[in-house]
Design a protein around this ligand. Structure first.
Ligand code: SAH
Ligand code: SF4
Length: 466
């Protein structure tokens, strides 16, 4: 009999993407094969997210369609894992009687076994206890990219931002031991990986709870020394926990990229307080100024929620104004959705959907204008691009990312994939830099960095909030 085929669909964050790579690797090691799509699969797993209503609704819709497919193919095994599984537990079996597996995010190490059990016994499987996902060996992961990899450095979150369900479904914050992380990255480097992104819900508090003092800066310093790794990123940073020591390390360590995802969430202090974010706009702005002072060419990204309970027109204007003044390179804008069990769920969800949509649109338009302006600054500059492969939209060109995480598309051959190319930017849109190859081959990131820092004019640094 041919080996069974598995298809995994992932919703939500990078952590989920990494978990899916782990699950797939574990199943491949047990003789499964990867299916190109769900219709040729014997096992379909949805790795779900419940941070907002939309991804949750999408996963429900998808599972409904898969349930219909199962009518024609009763042997099809269907599993739902990730945050929705943790949140809804066995009620999922009632809502979706065709479902075979429910598996929480801390239990994915057992998911392959659960699939095998369903195959053998045709009985439903559920695992939702909170457990130490930290023991997973991510070296098993079947990774999508051969060039850049996500590396989990911590699980869970203790911050309890009032809108957020993550602490309830991903459990208490727990840092993985540095030895495990470093071994994983050394293994990746040995297999030719050039870039790692360290993942956690709040990486700035990495190491909290360790017996010996060891934090994100210590970890970055050690990763920076691993030969073969050329670029280091980390996500997500919480403004209340970022230190000057970290900013200084980012500037000093040549492999750490000049890019920071630094979610503001709202520009109104009253809303920030209701969100339990632990900072006011002025504190946040001081941090942005400090970041730009040590790294003039740093690219900043943010997350913003519009329509948080009680958000007035004036609060929203404060957010607009903050975005205009801070000038992010990129921004994700989300419409608030109530998450059951969170503190904000006790507040009235009183901003009408139409208003949320309007505010969302207004911020998107503003950000597009700002991104375009910021991207145009790079025209005429030489940038370092980690080449990923042919551009999807334009396959006779190559694409990659700059250190600031901009997408760069340029003329070049496929032999450049996996190398660091020097590209001169000739044109820019809000999402992409277009360029020409300046010089072939691997550049030294350290030298390139020093070169670029000298060349680039600092952006406006100061912002005085009202
Ligand atoms: N730990 C990360 C990621 C959290 S989830 C962080 O703190 O940034 C990613 C984003 O989803 C959040 O930054 C927030 O902007 C958004 N989000 C979370 N809960 C939400 C909700 N209930 N409604 C709308 N957006 C939400
Ligand atoms: Fe959610 Fe806040 Fe934790 Fe991010 S830091 S996961 S937004 S509770």
């Amino acid at each position: 009999m041919a080996e069974p085929k598995v298809f995994i669909k992932t919703y939500g964050c990078q952590m989920n993407e990494l978990d899916s790579e782990f699950i797939l690797g574990d199943l491949l090691a047990r003789g499964f094969r990867r299916a190109e799509n769900e219709s040729e699969a014997d096992v379909v797993l949805l790795n779900t997210c419940c941070v907002r209503e939309m991804p949750e609704r999408k996963a429900f819709g998808k599972m409904g369609l898969l349930g219909e497919m199962k009518r024609d193919n009763p042997n099809l095994i269907l599993g739902l894992c990730g945050c929705m599984a943790q949140k809804r537990k066995e009620t999922l079996f009632k809502q979706m009687p065709f479902l075979d597996i429910v598996c929480g995010p801390s239990q994915i190490g057992q998911l392959a076994e659960m699939v095998v059990s369903v195959q053998r016994t045709r009985t439903r499987q559920i695992r939702i206890e909170e457990d130490a996902a930290g023991r997973l060996d991510f070296r098993k992961a079947s990774r999508r990219s051969a060039i850049k990899a996500f590396v989990s450095i911590m699980h869970g979150c203790d911050n309890y931002c009032s809108y957020c369900v993550v602490p309830y479904v991903r459990g208490r914050e727990q840092s993985r031991p540095p030895e495990q992380i470093l071994a994983e990255i050394e293994d990746l480097a040995g297999r030719g990986y050039k870039e790692v992104t360290l993942l956690g819900q709040n990486v700035n508090s990495y190491g909290k709870g360790f017996a010996a003092s060891y934090d994100l800066v210590d970890l970055l310093e050690q990763v920076n020394q691993i030969p073969g790794i050329e670029r280091i990123r980390f996500v997500t940073s919480h403004p209340k926990d970022i230190s000057l020591r970290l900013m200084e390390a980012m500037a000093r360590l040549e492999k750490v990229c000049e890019h920071l995802h630094f979610p503001l969430q709202s520009g109104a202090d009253r809303i920030l307080q209701l969100m339990n974010r632990g900072y006011a706009l002025a504190d946040y702005v001081r941090l942005v100024d400090a970041l730009r002072a040590v790294m003039p060419d740093i690219a900043l990204g943010t997350d913003i929620i519009v329509g948080f309970p009680t958000e007035t027109e004036e609060d929203f204007r404060d957010t607009l104004e903050a975005m205009r003044r801070i000038e992010y390179d990129s921004a994700f804008i989300f419409k608030y959705s109530t998450r059951e069990g969170t503190a904000a769920a006790r507040l009235p969800d009183d901003v009408p959907p139409e208003k949320k949509k309007e505010r969302n649109q207004e911020l998107l338009e503003l950000q597009e204008e700002i991104s375009l302006r910021r991207n145009r600054r790079w025209i005429g500059q030489e940038v370092e691009v980690l080449v990923e492969g042919p551009s999807k939209r334009n396959p006779d060109k190559m694409m990659g990312r700059t250190r600031q995480n901009h997408i760069a598309v340029f003329d070049g051959g496929t032999e450049l994939a996996g190398s660091l190319a020097r590209v001169t930017v000739v044109r820019a849109t809000a999402l992409t830099l277009f360029g020409e190859l300046a010089q072939r081959g691997d550049a030294s990131p350290g030298r390139a960095l020093a070169h670029r820092r000298r060349q680039l004019r600092p952006m406006r640094r100061t912002y005085n909030p009202k």
